[in-house]
Write a protein that binds this ligand. Sequence first.
Ligand code: ATP
Ligand code: MG
Ligand code: FE
Length: 341
Amino acid sequence: MRILAIESSCDETAAAVIEDGRKMLSNVVDTQIATHALYGGVVPEIASRRHMEAVVRVTEQALADAEMDKHEVDAVAATCAPGLIGALLVGANFGKSLAFAMNKPFIPVHHIRGHIAATYLAYPELKPPFLTLIASGGHSEIVMVKDYTEFEILGGTRDDAAGEAFDKVARVLGVGYPGGPKIDALAQNGDPKRYKLPDSRIKDAPLDFSFSGLKTAVINLAHNAEQKGETLDREGLAASFCTAVVHTLVPRLEEAVHQTHARNVVCAGGVAANSFLRAALCDMAKRTHTRLFLPPLKLCGDNAAMIGAQAYYEYLAGNLGHTLQNAYPTADIGRNICDPA
Ligand code: ATP
Ligand code: MG
Ligand code: FE
């Protein structure tokens, strides 16, 4: 089964053709980063408009790269939640209209389920159940993937997402948007022990975490240095920050491995591209005798290939969209986002 998938939940307009949930026939990503960088973050209105300008071109490119006519696809999928509502509505309505105009099934896909499914494209042998750490721009959670469309949230952030913390710290250090890749690069030559940063624990909730204290500590360090006229060791601070994020995430994931006796562990979302996190997860896998599955770097951030991968399993589960299908800015990963006919 070949699915044309569309993703427009944030600042990437993307389309892909995926065969049977596992094989990538094409994957086109049109990023708006340069536009939003001017404002230091994503401007929702601009994002929606740019999606409208790009969605037809990106979809045609994905079909061309797969050497297919649109009538040869078996179904159309689009991200319908969660994300910026104006941005989601562009891809969701475009995908829905295209599907119904061609008399094909329409498959609404949950964006975070998609991030997890990116891993299926790289590892044909990976099957649920497995434990997942989601670390993205808007989400940080530990999730048990019981089946392809069945999820249990075991823990998560009480405040900021990991990616959000990276982006805010990057702004304070003046390295630009999006912050994650820039902080990661800056940290490569830094001393991770240069600055002592807090490691927050949530009382009686060993699988939950918090990033706001860490973020505030970095902001205070930067402001104090500025007021005193001291120069900040930016490389050292970036390395110390990456290490603190790792110390926040990995011990909780390791605790979840022990609690669930998981054998297979996945890490997904934009922050899964972080070099410090990837290295620490490899160490954790050795310590816990688990097998680690990490999406390739280019599938960690937003793309439509991951949406097409998850769409296949949603289709098999009968999760189809109808003409009244809506988009939703927030939705738990466990929620079925398909609206009734
Ligand atoms: P969500 O998926 O939660 O809806 P999103 O789609 O905006 O949010 P993603 O595309 O999954 O988020 O990931 C983008 C985030 O990943 C940004 O916050 C970015 O800074 C972060 N990121 C990307 N590369 C790295 C890296 N190498 N190190 C740390 N963070 C990174
Ligand atoms: Mg993005
Ligand atoms: Fe995302």
